[in-house]
Design a protein around this ligand. Structure first.
Ligand SMILES: *Cc1c(COP(=O)(O)O)cnc(C)c1O
Length: 357
């Protein structure tokens, strides 16, 4: 069997969730959208079930998968419904529902529901993706209050630049949010992972940590007091061939790397079809038997090459970590010109192995 694996450390996931909980006095919704950022939404939610305040996903389909797996906690649909006919299932499966646009608001007002639902009112405080404009908020809130289909309302917004520690933009967005919601008595939800790390003064009833649960840190955080988020996924495979090359020999497609001295090159059974970024350049770190070395040349669909010149004991069968404990996914993402979120969501074809709690 092909040795490409994603090892998922559920103990690390639980540790990270509990650490995220300490960053804000309110409750924390574990964001498990997009199959828990590529980690497996059902298994991850089950692993958090006894400690989690609730979960957040991006669609009804994702929520139903969790309910089918026995998840009982609150589940928030971060974009609400995509069609009014989803409302019946939102009631039936007891889901909490973002309302971000006039058409959704009208659908809620006009629906015939057997029970009222809990609505999360999305406010556009400056990201300009989804949500009601600040000047609309009070009227929208009044309409929700007046609707017999609405049980309660949580006020929510999302920050566009919370990972920019030295920009005042997040505080400005927060001020816009506070102004827009002034005089409204309701629970509030504002912080994603970077906001939890970088903006300790901004806190709310419901935080929404995503990426930090999986052990990647979008921004440095002094406030962790030495505690750390632990990588949950280790992406690994094995060396399937080793070749000794003299100086001046090309490696891989396009001869993007040429040996500058006699070299020992390992070929690893993992490529961009497994979700490893093709844009990772020569020099991107990998670890062999726990010791770091580097990627060489272009990543192929099923294979990639690494430098084993200084890894004299490595051979066919040696375990290669592409990211995990020894190689931070944030490092790989930066070198490949992307973010950890995208790398994690793209993992596929590899065999998933869940380390028991
Ligand atoms: C994805 C998402 C989050 C989680 O973001 P992270 O940066 O992964 O913490 C929070 N809130 C909303 C609305 C989201 O879409």
């Amino acid at each position: 069997m092909r040795p490409a694996r994603a090892l998922i450390n559920l103990q690390a996931l639980r540790h990270n969730y509990q650490l995220a909980q300490t960053l804000c006095a309110g409750k924390a919704l574990a964001v498990v959208k997009a199959d828990a950022y590529g980690h497996g939404a059902v298994v991850c939610s089950q692993a958090l079930q006894d400690i989690s305040d609730g979960f957040a996903v991006s669609s009804l389909e994702e929520a139903l998968e969790l309910r089918a797996a026995g998840i009982k906690q609150p589940i928030v649909l971060l974009e609400g419904f995509f069609h009014a006919d989803e409302l019946a299932l939102i009631v039936a499966y007891d889901l909490w529902c973002m309302v971000h646009a006039e058409w959704q608001l009208q659908a809620v007002e006009q629906a015939q529901l057997s029970q009222p639902i809990r609505v999360w009112l999305k406010i556009d405080s400056g990201m300009h993706r989804v949500g009601f404009f600040p000047h609309e908020v009070y009227t929208v809130w009044q309409r929700l209050q007046a609707s017999h289909n609405v049980a309660s309302v949580v006020l929510a917004t999302h920050f566009a630049r919370a990972d920019e520690q030295y920009s005042s933009r997040t505080q400005e967005q927060y001020q816009v949010f506070l102004e827009a919601t002034r005089g409204i008595q309701a629970q509030v939800s504002v912080c994603n992972s970077p906001a939890l790390l970088a903006w300790p003064d901004i806190c709310s009833d419901w935080s929404r940590p995503g990426i930090i649960l999986y052990g990647s840190q979008p921004v440095a955080a002094e406030r962790l007091n030495g505690e750390q988020f632990r990588p949950v996924m280790t992406l690994q495979s094995k060396v399937i061939a080793v070749r000794e090359l003299p100086a001046g020999e090309p490696v891989g497609y396009g001869a993007q790397f040429v040996s500058d001295k006699p070299m020992r090159v390992g070929v690893v059974a993992l490529g961009y079809a497994d979700g490893y970024p093709r844009h990772a350049p020569t020099g991107t770190p990998v670890a062999v038997d726990g010791k770091r070395t580097r990627l060489l040349g272009r990543v192929s669909m099923d294979m990639l090459a690494i430098d084993l010149t200084d890894h004299v004991t490595a051979s066919v069968g040696s375990v290669v970590e592409l990211w995990g404990e020894n190689v931070s996914i944030d490092e790989v993402a930066e070198l490949a010109g992307t973010i950890s979120y995208e790398l994690l969501c793209h993992v596929k074809r590899v065999k998933y192995e869940y380390l028991p709690i």
